[in-house]
Ligand binder design. Structure first.
Ligand code: AMP
Length: 283
């Protein structure tokens, strides 16, 4: 398996992408913050057969962290990430330095308005501006035909699809299902921070989604009842503290009163000092 090429600057990345396009290759991008796990790799495996040049970006983007503590403790596993990219046939790892991404004097940002106001946006001020700004910069450097994101970060996926459409980016933004541990916990780079006790209780997110889905199968269509059923699971879990739990329109992310269109249950829950998010379709 050839080693992926490591690229550190937007200029070098753009040149590699242009060379691939000149050969008629499709360019695919999987943006990540590293600490790669099977969730990231499912995106890579999905993209691999669809493109000639497959780029994984690894950049812990300071702009999207609303808490300094979260940024400081974000796991960095460069050697393992590199080996996993090689094993999964990645052609290039785009890992710019913060100085290359945000040189002195940097003062621009891109904002998606409506979709970013509620849910994660309400609890993490500035987060989505950081995400859209870095993703637009990654798209500009990599020039991908397609980019693959996880449904794990469902609001992020919808925000980026909106940005790509609104700004005519010409990038196909594809969402892929959440990869879970055998017991149902969604894989996340932040799971390493959970104590064994917290890890056990962290299953409450999946259980809450299951409880709501059971009620839907039993015929319940009222969002308030579904929300209450899921909420009861979180509230019964020692150490769990809720940020939000909502039933929303799967496209617009607005709150629903009834399941009269494609819907998603979305939630964010603190387990001790670790903040976990999860979501799933409700119909
Ligand atoms: P991150 O490194 O956390 O910024 O995530 C990079 C990409 O991987 C994003 O598109 C995430 O939605 C996606 N991702 C993270 N966790 C999972 C998971 N458990 N299953 C599928 N995709 C995931």
């Amino acid at each position: 398996m050839p080693e992926p090429r490591v690229i550190r600057t937007p200029q070098e990345m753009a040149a590699a992408s242009q060379a691939a396009r000149a050969k008629g290759q499709r360019v695919g991008l999987v943006p990540t913050m590293g600490a790669l796990h099977a969730g990231h790799l499912s995106l890579v495996d999905f993209a691999r057969p669809l493109c000639g040049l497959l780029v994984v970006s690894i950049f812990v983007n300071p702009l999207q962290f609303d808490r300094a503590e979260d940024l400081e403790h974000y796991p960095v596993t460069w050697e393992a990430d590199h080996a996993l990219c090689a094993a999964h046939g990645v052609d290039a790892i785009y890992a710019p330095t913060a100085a290359a991404m945000y040189p002195q004097g940097f003062q621009s940002k891109v904002r998606v308005e409506g979709l970013t106001q509620e849910l994660e946006g309400a609890f993490r001020p500035g987060h989505f501006d950081g995400v859209t700004t870095v993703v637009l910069k990654l798209f500009n450097a990599v020039g991908p035909h397609l980019a693959v994101f996880g449904e794990k970060d469902y609001q992020q996926l919808r925000v980026i699809q909106r940005m790509a459409q609104d700004l005519d980016l010409g990038v196909e933004v594809i969402g892929r299902p959440t990869v879970r541990e055998p017991d149902g916990l969604a894989l996340s780079s932040r799971n390493v921070h959970l104590s064994p006790e917290e890890r056990k209780h962290a299953l409450c997110l999946r259980r809450a989604l299951d409880r709501a889905q059971e009620r839907v199968r039993a015929g319940e269509r009222g969002a308030a009842a579904l929300r209450a059923a899921a909420l009861a699971v979180i509230e019964a879990t020692p150490g769990a503290r809720l940020d939000y739990l909502e039933v929303v329109d799967a496209q617009e992310l607005t709150r629903l009163t009834r399941l009269d269109r494609p819907a998603r249950m979305v939630m964010a829950v603190w387990m001790g000092k670790t903040r976990l998010i999860d979501n799933d379709a409700l119909n």
